[in-house]
Design a protein around this ligand. Structure first.
Ligand SMILES: *Cc1c(COP(=O)(O)O)cnc(C)c1O
Length: 360
């Protein structure tokens, strides 16, 4: 029995991507690997709209968040962390754990970060070095208005901008260089429609300047090591080859569809999901201005328990969706439409949701 996997990651993988995982192992210090890593690196740059460095790590997405922090910051550095949900808190915690002085600015759940509030906070203290932002906060179904945030952080203050793009890359438009993002951190198992196991991040010149001053401890995720080895067509440590094979196929498929077309498809999926949910008489959780085109969060009607609705969908319809996290547990459901997802997948999901709601 196959399931419809409509959680916000891991996401379904195309057959060809899964088949790539069955390729035999190669020498990760040999010429085939050099070709592979070079191709995946160049192709991933096209997806993230960057000409800057890109590095791959064997880890889930959180590894790339840790890499973003330890390679650019030093203990005592003052960091502004934009909290728009669960994942912003994770990013903040990593920085804090490594000794950064983290100031949080919390926005109401369901809303994005307000650029004016960011400006005010940054104006209040010239010591800020960096701003941490979650592009797409998967926990609340919002997409932050990254270009507006970047404008304040980069153009007005020239600070480092570190972006958690784990659930937005290859779904929502990201123009890493045009928007001046210093680090865009993401992973294989969401928009990149590959299995979990590889994370990646972009690294700007300003990020490199910060690297040279950075005193946070780093070993596995040290970008200088990654750069030295990449110049030889290698990674410092044995990479998860099977997932890299998969990612290679997936990125090729994304480029064949066209990066802009992938963004447009997600826009259509977002609109389809939102209007379908409203037609069922349900309400969206987030403020419409920030509703994400990668995931839709929906308020569960007061007379229904969200956790049992998720369970009914799984048991009766083989439809696997996300529930609410933390204070939103039981109160919202979340429908992922990131990566390998098309109109008919959302039709099926909405139909199952309609039946499950009627039966509740
Ligand atoms: C999925 C997700 C993560 C998850 O990280 P993993 O380490 O890959 O589990 C982090 N941030 C955001 C915004 C996410 O959506």
């Amino acid at each position: 029995m196959t399931n419809d996997l409509r959680i916000p990651g891991p996401t379904p993988c195309p057959d060809g991507v899964l088949e790539s995982m069955a390729n035999p192992m190669i020498n990760h210090r040999g010429p085939e690997f050099a070709e592979l890593i070079e191709r995946v690196t160049e192709n991933a740059k096209l997806v993230l709209n960057t000409k800057k460095d890109i590095f791959f790590f064997t880890s889930s997405g959180t590894g790339s968040l840790e890499a973003a922090v330890v390679n650019t910051l030093s203990p005592g550095d003052k960091v502004l962390s934009l909290i728009t949900g669960f994942f912003g808190e994770r990013f903040a915690k990593i920085a804090e754990l490594y000794g950064a002085e983290v100031e949080r600015i919390e926005f109401p759940l369901g809303k994005g970060a307000d650029p004016d509030a960011i400006r005010n906070r940054l104006n209040a203290d010239p010591a800020f070095k960096a701003v941490l932002v979650t592009h797409n906060d998967t926990s609340t179904g919002i997409a932050n208005h990254l270009p507006e945030i970047a404008k304040v952080v980069k153009q007005e203050f020239g600070l480092l901008l570190l972006v958690d793009a784990i659930s937005s890359a290859a779904c929502l438009p990201i123009y890493t260089d045009t928007w001046n993002c210093d680090v865009v951190a993401t992973a294989s198992q969401k928009g990149f429609m590959s299995p979990p196991g590889i994370s990646l991040m972009t690294f700007s010149e300003q990020a490199w300047e910060s690297y040279h001053k950075s005193t946070m401890p780093k070993f596995y995720f040290d970008v200088k090591q990654a750069l030295n080895f990449l110049e030889k067509g290698q990674t410092p440590w044995t990479p998860c080859l099977s997932v890299l094979f998969a990612l290679d196929t997936a990125v090729t498929q994304i480029l064949a569809e066209g990066v802009e077309e992938v963004f447009r498809r997600h826009e259509r999926l977002g609109e389809q999901t939102r209007s379908g949910v409203l037609e069922l008489g349900l309400e969206l959780f987030p403020d419409a201005r920030y509703a994400s085109n990668a995931i839709t969060a929906v308020n569960v009607p007061g007379n229904i328990d969200g956790e049992s609705l998720v369970e009914t969908l799984r048991v009766e319809h083989n439809m696997i969706i996300g529930g609410g996290q933390g204070s939103l547990k039981g109160k919202i459901i979340r429908i992922g439409h990131m990566g390998y997802c098309f109109e008919e997948d959302i039709d099926r999901c909405l139909k199952a949701l309609s039946v499950a709601i009627d039966a509740s």
